[in-house]
Write a protein that binds this ligand. Structure first.
Ligand SMILES: CC(C)=CCC/C(C)=C/CC/C(C)=C/C=C/C(C)=C/C=C/C=C(C)/C=C/C=C(C)/C=C/C=C(C)/C=C/CC(C)(C)O
Ligand SMILES: C[S@@+](CC[C@H](N)C(=O)[O-])C[C@H]1O[C@@H](n2cnc3c(N)ncnc32)[C@H](O)[C@@H]1O
Length: 380
């Protein structure tokens, strides 16, 4: 069969001829002009145009958001309406420049422009303030923007990325890093865990679990969310030795100290303790290479009893059905980190099956930009 019939690499079926013809037609400026006027096609043409412009200008929208967060405009508006002149004075900026920023934020529905010209908070801006850790996450995107400055060079592996150094724990480098900086990462990770824990708990039932070990459980945010949602299970957190004391402190502060045991170690070099009948991996696999993941899954398999359950929860690629959060944001984020990758639920299920697990399940994600879940079982 020719390449035209099988696709260039022989693995994809060829596109029907009609599609190529159709795409050539759509790519013609004269057709676009016609379609933008013809009553049956003008709605689609305008919508596609607006979507395309959004794609083209998305980076400016993100920078507007960055300025709004850095200048704490949403916090200011929480106290009531403000004028551009007043906010400009506070920000050390010319009023006409602040007006440009506020007008942009209003166009993005973060704030609202009143008839008298003053600005007030809009629902989206208020909601943003309530998402745990989101402002800090937006501010840390400065490093990500710099890594993305030349995306082709990034894809070719020619960029010495800043994100590769941003999360030092990934290679267990905590001891080498200023404790204040380490605390910043831990806070960002713990805050951004809140929504992940919420969605995971809505997708997975832990009521029959006697002992859950959260591997790579950080400062215990997810383990504590499980403890607070379910009275029965004992909790364990396995993480690097410098990290696990944070989990003990979190459980103590929540009055749940008696339910947690911690294990300091590295899942690269140490075996995992036995005794848990369920193990969770929350935002762990996408930090690591396939080799590390294979080794970790095999250690988890060995440490679980027959019938024991593994729950993986992290943002995932859409795989056969590409998806914005996983395939744009998280895929490029993990690529810039250079240690791991964003995998689809099918890829994760394959790795779990390879380790010996069966009965892999993928519940429909509630918010793919927060997390997706794969769960599986060690055969009895
Ligand atoms: C009462 C009446 C009349 C009306 C009410 C109307 C109503 C119900 C309005 C709804 C308002 C509302 C409650 C909105 C809620 C919005 C929420 C919850 C939005 C949540 C947004 C979450 C976002 C945008 C999350 C973004 C997460 C990011 C960017 C995470 C990045 C994580 C990274 C980079 C992790 C890195 C870890 C590593 C290093 C890879 O391992
Ligand atoms: C992205 S964080 C996720 C933390 C937590 N599960 C969450 O979702 O917030 C990855 C965690 O894996 C831990 N980790 C990385 N390498 C590890 C290793 N070799 N052994 C044990 N834990 C490790 C890190 O310390 C960190 O707490």
């Amino acid at each position: 069969m020719s390449d035209a019939a099988t696709g260039q690499n022989g693995s994809q079926p060829a596109r029907p001829r009609i599609t190529g013809w159709f795409h050539r037609l759509i790519a013609r400026p004269s057709f676009q002009t016609w379609a933008s006027h013809f009553p049956l096609t003008r709605g689609i043409a305008r919508r596609e145009g607006a979507e395309m412009f959004d794609l083209v200008s998305g980076f400016v929208q993100s920078q507007v958001l960055m300025a709004i967060v850095e200048l704490r405009i949403l916090h200011d508006l929480m106290g009531g309406s403000r004028s551009a002149a007043g906010l400009a004075r506070d920000a050390g900026m010319m009023p006409d420049r602040m007006e440009i920023l506020l007008q942009a934020a209003a166009a993005l529905s973060l704030i609202r422009r009143r008839k008298d010209g003053r600005f007030v908070l809009a629902r989206k801006g208020a909601a943003l303030l309530g998402v745990p850790g989101l402002e800090a996450m937006i501010l840390h995107h400065r490093a990500f923007y710099r890594d993305l400055e030349d995306p082709v060079a990034l894809l070719r592996g020619e960029v010495d990325t800043e994100l590769a150094n941003f999360w030092p724990y990934v290679f267990g480098a905590r001891g080498l890093v200023d404790p204040k900086i380490t605390q910043t990462y831990s806070d960002l990770m713990a805050d951004s865990q809140a929504l992940v824990a919420q969605d995971t708990l809505r997708m997975v039932d832990f009521s029959d679990v006697n002992c859950l070990m959260d591997v790579g459980g950080g400062s215990g945010t997810f383990a504590l969310a499980v403890a607070q949602a379910y009275p029965k299970p004992d909790l364990r957190v396995f993480d690097l030795p410098d990290v696990v004391p944070g989990a003990l402190a979190r459980f103590e502060a929540a009055g749940q100290g008696g339910r947690l045991a911690v294990h300091g170690g590295s899942f690269r070099s140490d075996s995992l303790p036995q005794g848990a009948d369920a193990i969770s991996l929350i935002r762990v696999l996408y930090d690591h290479s396939d080799d590390t993941v294979r080794g970790l899954l095999s250690k988890i398999f060995d440490s679980l009893p027959p019938g024991g359950r593994l729950i993986v929860s992290e943002p995932m690629s859409g795989g056969a059905a590409p998806e914005r959060a996983g395939d744009v944001y998280f895929a490029f984020y993990t690529m810039a980190m250079r240690t791991g990758k964003t995998r689809s639920s099918a890829e994760i299920a394959r790795l779990c099956t390879h380790a010996g697990f069966v009965d892999c399940k993928t519940p429909p994600p509630l918010r793919p930009f927060v997390t997706s879940v794969v769960s599986c079982v060690k055969p009895r």
